[in-house]
Design a protein around this ligand. Structure first.
Ligand code: C2E
Ligand code: CA
Ligand code: CA
Length: 635
């Protein structure tokens, strides 16, 4: 504001000052020319008066003489007018002094000229000439000399006045110049301050728009731009790696979000320890980090860096006194000729990370076309299953097969396992091992479970109606915490709907699934168990959990995984394991089922070791309901 005022003032002052000085100089020049004119008028009047007097002396014509006399007097008047005007103007000291000298001379000369005129009138020719030459002419000369000096004096006075004005204006201009410089300097200063402030604001905005505030790392947008730039300018190999903290959700759930944030920061710092200056790390959000390794020149070099990182990230962070175990799944994609843009590079790294997760996490994977094709195939399968479920299995793509379980002691069939089958419209079989894990990852498993429950209940109802009333159907249930409770309720509802009993069914749960069972579901299981339903642990021996669930859950049966059976009776380890499982089961008063029995030798081994029940191709393959109903064991 002050600066703007200063600038306005200086420009206004400059204009006023220059106008004043100009006017002053013009005035001085005008005055000078006026004074010069007056002095010229005076000297001309003096000269002309002498000439007229001389003419009067020379002429004898009275009329002419009279005419000349009038002229003689008029010239005197002209002189007086010019002199008076000049006297009023004269301010210069020298000019005034010269005036004082001039006055007595012109006065006496005027008187002498009047005397000369009298002598002319009296025709005293001689006297008048003598007076004219000896008295009037010398005085006239002196008067003209003085007027000449006056002219010089007033010229000098005017010059000095102009000079003075110029000098003063010079001084003013110096002051003005100072003001001008001051205001220019101040405005430059102000501009710098404004620009700096603006830059600071711009920097702040830029920072916020491009940075992940939690870690201070470049955010997704900024990172994508960097990768695009690298693709544009650097045609050599580089790698992009996706990092995902394994089970980060449970860290958040168990320790809270604040600890989760601290883990994220610690995780990013850990990665940074292994980076070279050209490498760029970014946080895309959540527990997802992306790294651009610019420092590598080949896949081999990328493998070295990534394997080091994978090891380093399998670590423990101590956060607020808690020891928190962390590991990560890493997917790497290399930039090569087949990659055209950042998007494909990211997609490939994402696919690789997904593969790493599928392989059990805490590992890294490089992108491969096979993995991508497999993933695409999985997506297609999921989509197709979704369509089948949505269409309520109208074209019967899904159905159940029933594999009998044989009581080894009695040789009778009292139960069977319902196994889902999917045959698509092209007649292709999609095995449950392919689509069940995919359905488990999405919400589709809920609908698959519902289909199986419904179908098994319907089948049991039909068998009942046709007089087969002593075969239990065991169904496989999988899912997560959220769906189990409703699943059991739905199962009970269906059992009632067909007027059946829980004792007509069994459920098979894997050790992995047991983790998903809440205390509320355990109560439901207890209830349903008391009503006669069998509860089996499927694939027993393959899970990682402790055996404490055997005490907590109302389990009736252990199903030894077929992996332990297939090398029987030769494999000593399997022998020992199967024997141990059988005695553990008996100790807990549980039934033992051996799955995947394919040979008589296996069956014999199981028989000798007091295994209760056997299931496998050696006995029966999974059968259609009709085939099963015709088995002679059942009737
Ligand atoms: P599982 O529950 O362990 O089922 C036994 C699997 O072993 C079945 O495979 C069965 O056909 C197969 N099997 C039976 N006897 C033999 C044998 O002697 N040798 C060999 N090698 N295999 C034998 P399937 O039907 O392909 O099912 C595979 C898995 O898919 C099942 O393993 C189960 O985990 C899942 N599954 C099948 N049906 C359903 C279902 O209706 N619901 C759910 N949630 N999962 C299901
Ligand atoms: Ca099973
Ligand atoms: Ca099994």
């Amino acid at each position: 504001m002050l600066i703007i005022a200063m600038m306005i003032f200086t420009s206004f002052y400059t204009t006023t000052l220059s106008n004043t000085n100009k006017a002053q100089i013009i005035n001085t020049v005008k005055q000078k020319s006026l004074n010069t004119k007056l002095l010229r008028d005076m000297s001309r009047a003096i000269s002309e008066r002498s000439i007229v007097l001389n003419e009067m002396i020379q002429t004898s014509d009275p009329f002419k003489r009279d005419e000349l006399f009038t002229k003689f007097n008029n010239i005197a008047t002209d002189y007086v007018v010019a002199k008076t005007a000049l006297k009023n103007q004269a301010s210069d000291k020298q000019l005034k002094q010269l005036f004082e000298k001039l006055e007595p001379i012109t006065r006496s000369n005027g008187a002498l000229q009047n005397s000369a005129y009298d002598l002319v009138l009296n025709n005293k020719h001689k006297e008048v000439i003598s007076l004219f030459v000896n008295e009037i002419m010398p005085r006239q000369k002196r008067a003209l000399d003085i007027i000449r000096k006056m002219e010089i004096a007033q010229y000098k006075a005017a010059q000095s006045s102009i000079h003075q004005t110029e000098k003063e204006s010079e001084k003013d201009y110096t002051t003005l110049l100072f003001f001008n410089f001051a205001s220019i300097f101040a405005s430059i200063l102000l501009t710098i301050v404004i620009l700096k402030k603006q830059k600071k604001n711009d920097d702040k905005l830029y920072y916020l728009a491009n940075t992940d505030t939690l870690t201070g790392l470049p955010n997704r947008n900024s990172f994508i731009r960097k990768v695009e730039k690298t693709i544009l300018y650097q045609k050599q190999t580089f790698a992009v790696a996706f990092f995902d903290i394994d089970n980060f959700k449970s860290i958040n759930d168990n320790y809270g979000h604040e600890t989760g944030d601290k883990i994220i920061k610690a995780f990013s710092r850990k990665i940074e320890e292994y980076l070279k200056p050209d490498d760029v790390l970014s946080r895309f959000g959540g527990d997802e980090f992306v790294l651009m390794l610019q420092s590598i020149t080949s896949k081999e070099e990328a493998v070295i860096v990534i394997s080091k990182l994978s090891k380093a990230l399998d670590t423990t962070f101590i956060i607020d006194g808690n020891e928190i175990f962390v590991s990560s799944s890493i997917g790497v994609s290399l930039y090569d000729d087949s990659i055209v843009d950042a998007d494909s590079l990211f997609r490939n790294a994402d696919i690789a990370m997904y593969t790493a997760k599928k392989l059990g996490r805490n590992c890294y994977q490089f992108f491969s076309r096979e993995a991508r094709d497999k993933l695409e195939q999985e997506h297609a399968t999921c989509h197709a299953l979704q369509t089948v479920i949505k269409d309520n299995n109208e074209d019967k793509q899904l159905h159940l097969k029933y594999q009998p379980l044989i009581n080894i002691e009695t040789g009778t069939i009292t139960e069977c396992e319902a196994l889902i089958r999917w045959i698509n419209p092209k007649g292709e079989i999609i095995t449950p091992d392919e689509f069940i894990p995919l359905a488990e990852k999405s919400n589709l498993i809920k609908k698959v479970n519902r289909f199986v429950i419904d179908e098994a209940c319907k089948q049991q109802n039909e068998w009942r109606k046709s007089g087969i009333n002593n075969i239990r159907i065991n169904i496989n249930l999988s899912g997560n915490k959220l769906i189990f409770n409703t699943l059991l309720k739905q199962f009970k509802y269906n059992i009632n709907k067909y007027n059946l009993s829980p004792a007509d069914f069994g459920i098979e749960l894997t050790e992995r699934t047991l983790h998903e069972i809440s205390s509320e579901t355990i109560k439901e299981l207890d209830l349903i168990r008391q009503q006669g339903m069998k509860i089996s642990i499927d694939d027993f021996g393959t899970g990682y959990s402790s055996l404490s669930y055997l005490k907590k859950l109302p389990i009736t049966t252990l199903k030894i995984d077929k992996g332990f059976i297939e090398d029987l009776p030769e494999d000593k380890d399997d022998q020992a394991l199967v024997k141990a499982i059988i005695s553990l089961g008996h100790a807990l008063n549980l039934d033992i089922v051996a799955e995947g029995v394919e040979t008589s030798a296996q069956l014999q081994f199981l028989q000798e070791n007091a295994c209760n029940i056997a299931q496998g191709y050696y006995l029966h393959h999974p059968l259609d309901s009709e085939q099963l109903s015709q088995l002679r064991f059942v009737a």
